[in-house]
Design a protein. Structure first.
Ligand code: FES
Length: 206
């Protein structure tokens, strides 16, 4: 005898009917992929590794600084100062009066008088500033504390205690004037000191 259910299509599911089927079951949540977990752990810095790196950086920095200081001993500290010898040219280059042509290069004012030429070392005898030549006032004026000097370099105002020194000057074989600021002539005028400005070498006769 034939089964009446055979050849019939399955009945559709109705909500609340209590019937179950494998195709309608909700999908379960899947666990996170292990690869993603591994990547996030690799991106975090290892505190121990960072600490070791900092320590080694400090050690290498300290050793490098010491090595540089050690190497510094092989290179002496030489102080290069400008030459104290200055070629002022021939006397015929100068008119009567004060010339500041060599003030910057040699710290010298060249003074020509009717019978002589001398070189004033431009260093204030108060505290060592460089006095300026003021043609309109016919005097040297120190910018630091106001000392004033005559065209011959003799102090007459301000705190300067004595005249400016004069540099040794002589003619070379070609007739040029050579000044030497390491050999100076002084005059401690107010203290009754010897006037060295009259010594040979303190001027050139013309
Ligand atoms: S340094 Fe020249 S007046 Fe003081």
């Amino acid at each position: 005898m034939a089964n009446p259910e055979e050849g019939r299509a399955p009945a559709p599911l109705r909500a609340g009917s209590g019937a179950t089927t494998t195709t309608a079951a909700p999908s379960k949540p899947q666990p996170a992929a292990p690869v993603a977990t591994k990547k996030s752990s690799e991106s975090e810095p290892d505190p121990g590794k960072v600490r070791r790196r900092i320590i080694w950086t400090c050690i290498w920095g300290f050793l490098s600084a010491n090595l540089l200081m050690f190497m510094r001993f092989f290179f002496p500290r030489a102080l290069f100062e400008p030459s104290t010898i200055c070629d002022l040219g021939p006397p015929s280059d100068y008119l009567l009066g004060v010339s500041d042509r060599y003030k910057q290069r040699c710290r010298i004012y060249v003074v020509r008088e009717p019978t002589r030429i001398f070189a004033i070392f431009a260093k204030c005898t108060h505290l060592g500033c460089t006095p300026d030549w003021k043609p309109s006032e016919n005097k040297f004026k120190c910018p630091c504390h106001g000392s004033g000097y005559t065209p011959e370099g003799i102090n007459f105002e301000g705190p300067a205690p004595r005249p400016m020194d004069r540099a040794h000057i002589e003619l070379d074989s070609s007739g040029r004037m050579i000044a030497n600021t390491s050999h100076l002539y002084s005059w401690y005028k107010s203290q009754g000191g010897k006037d060295e400005f009259e010594e040979p070498g303190a001027y050139i006769s013309v």
